[in-house]
Design a protein around this ligand. Sequence first.
Ligand SMILES: [Zn+2]
Ligand SMILES: [Zn+2]
Length: 212
Amino acid sequence: MSRRQKVCSMCGKLLALSAFHRNKRKKDGRDPACKECNNRRQRLAYAANPQKKIAQTRRYHLEHPEWSKERLRAHHVAHKDERYQRYVDRGKDPRIAAKRREATRRSESRRRALKRGLEAELISEFQFALRLEEFDGKCYICGEILGADLHWDHFRPLTAGGRHVLSNLFPACDLCNVRKNSCWPFTEKRRKEIAEEVRALRKQSVSKPERR
Ligand SMILES: [Zn+2]
Ligand SMILES: [Zn+2]
């Protein structure tokens, strides 16, 4: 038998050395079983007890941090397109799309404040959720229950020196938000006017609902 070939201990086939994984602990520097047999054995072991294999892999990652980092980075790069496709597919769910739009609006309004050199807190999604609860999930101008149309209005507009802090952010529907715009000072009289206008508009368009 040539030194470039050996017999697999599992399938008994005579194969090129390159068909065997390297193994420093073996005399000939190769595993006794061929790669194909090894892979099959590992697949069977995984099918029999996936949790065990997952725990082993996790341990190996923890014990080899440098290797792990490189491995995860390579995986990240190799699966870029699939990941993006999954992101796009999830976005087809209207609820997720609405959530994303709201998150974009939130970060854009913070960016606008920072651009003006104004104080702008980094506010977590959880803080926003609590803030919305303070208003019972309703638009502070017209009182409509908010859904996909939720906007965070700077009560005192940034243009009037308002700050991007939670206490200056009020939940509003898009109809009210666009009408209030950068009105300042925002009087109770003006709030009522907008509310009436928006409610009338909603009544008109009852036949063609605008909200999900
Ligand atoms: Zn084999
Ligand atoms: Zn409203």
